[in-house]
Design a protein around this ligand. Sequence first.
Ligand code: XMP
Length: 323
Amino acid sequence: DWTTGNVIDEQVDAIRELVGDKRAICGLSGGVDSAVAAALVQKAIGSQLTCVYVDHGLMRKGETEQVEKDFVAATGVQLKVVDAQERFLTALKGVSDPEEKRKIIGREFIRVFEQAQAEIIADEGPAVEFLVQGTLYPDVVESGGGTGTANIKSHHNVGGLPEDLEFKLIEPLRKLFKDEVRMVGQELGLPEEIVQRQPFPGPGLGIRIVGEVTKERLDLLREADAIAREELTAAGLDRDIWQCPVVLLADVRSVGVQGDGRTYGHPIVLRPVSSEDAMTADWSRLPYDVLAKISTRITNEVRDVNRVVLDVTSKPPGTIEWE
Ligand code: XMP
């Protein structure tokens, strides 16, 4: 019968047998799925696994450290961190269009990731034959796939790697739903902040700045977002909320008054939503005192922000993200 212990034992055996004395690589995004998949494979093959984490500078406060320190401490995994912040900022310079941002972030991400893969492959050591992915059951069903244990299929890479290189995929979460993945992660000893993490978009804060993405704006949004998360957590609301994008309207300015003078700053939008699957969502009816606390703290503590507004739009017609 189904227990997280059984799932882990079964996968560990299967992965060991499959990988033998070869090596595997895994990309970490900071999200739950890739973290649990990596932890499971690490348990099976230890130092034959190398993880890659691309720091694109669009993460929230503390998230890179969570991967670099807490995840490594909990798993002992071998991790290669690529600091690509400058590269992403340069690529995003002057770009305001959301789809353009997504395209650029996606493209740069693949380039940096494949470069890191190529470096690992060029290391001395056994051949890197496997790529670990955190595919879940709903993803499998959506793409009409089957249900192998450590299912193997070919995966061709583009750019940065030898053209004929073909990874075999290890997808140890293929039979699991999200809540089961969280349980497995917990059983594997992963930090609560990673296991219970709310959804966060791949392009990160890049699509939460309405307007051009700059270092200054990212830092400002990171502060505001950290305050909102801190207060929502303190109020015990994390499980009630599906996610709460915090958005910087960088191209909008409004007049305010603070201390002894007039300000001309930017608004921050709070977008707390409840949802089952992100396909539809409703705006969360957060307690006024929590909203008040967040608003006071953000306007007091974050430079250049003089207004906090609440998004009260459902999806549809609004999307969860602003971009
Ligand atoms: P929307 O804004 O479309 O978001 O209602 C639905 C869910 O998807 C996330 N999201 C993304 N995730 N890359 C991602 O990995 C993206 O470009 C992206 N855009 C939106 C969003 O956070 C929400 O959970």
